[in-house]
Design a protein around this ligand. Structure first.
Ligand code: TMP
Length: 206
């Protein structure tokens, strides 16, 4: 079983890609899931984001959702021998909350990693969608609703953080050009995921 995560800034096309993959990978029957929102705690987190709580509260809420998500979806699916594809995962915290906690905590990334240490399940592979922030924002504008994360300077820092994380773990991350044509992006991602699922590991750290 393989744990694959999809990451990228708002407007990177993750949701569209996810929808295409759900259709294309029917034969593999992976468990598709997401953060926040796969649990009732995730729903509360979405409410908190909309209300703009303070950044430490927000980070801990996202982490709480991750714990519940691991307990109710990720671990059971992996234990049942299923592949899992999660739209956002711990790297969303490391990238977004690293940015929102800058100036609030002395070393946000170290703190965020410590918060997850010992109980999270590290992903096997991560697809990181990357694109110019203006393009991402124009897509969100077309889609209507905007959350407080969807601001150019913040998203630029978040994307920079993602790229730093990818640079630290080049064997886990595949950085993908999210400006690729939609169908092309979907088939490229599908090929990669099929490759990863074909070489699944039976031993993983839990
Ligand atoms: P979504 O738009 O992919 O559903 O995610 C909701 C927002 O929450 C998005 O702006 C990214 C943000 N987010 C974080 O800031 N930290 C996290 O840990 C997660 C999972 C999401």
């Amino acid at each position: 079983m393989v744990l694959i995560t999809l990451e990228g800034i708002d407007g990177s096309g993750k949701s569209t890609l996810n929808a295409s993959l759900q259709h294309a990978l029917l034969d593999l029957a992976p468990v598709f899931t997401r953060e926040p929102g796969a649990t009732w705690i995730g729903e509360q987190v979405r409410r908190a984001i909309a209300d703009e709580v303070d950044p430490v509260t927000e980070a801990l809420l996202f982490a709480a959702d991750h714990a519940a998500h691991l307990d109710s979806v990720i671990r059971p699916a992996l234990a049942a021998g299923k592949h899992v594809i999660s739209d956002r995962y711990a790297d969303s915290r490391y990238a977004y909350q690293w940015a929102t906690l800058e100036g609030v905590l002395p070393d946000p990334l170290t703190w965020l990693r410590q918060v997850h240490d010992g109980w999270t399940v590290p992903p096997d592979h991560t697809l990181l969608l990357v694109l110019p922030v203006e393009v991402a924002l124009s897509r969100k504008k077309l889609a209507g609703k905007r959350e407080h994360f969807e601001e150019a300077s913040l998203l630029a820092r978040v994307q920079e953080n993602y790229l730093r994380l990818a640079g630290e773990e080049p064997s886990r991350f595949v950085v993908v050009d999210a400006e690729m044509e939609e169908g092309e992006l979907a088939s490229f991602s599908e090929r990669l995921i099929r490759e990863w699922c074909g070489s699944s590991r039976s031993h993983r750290r839990r």
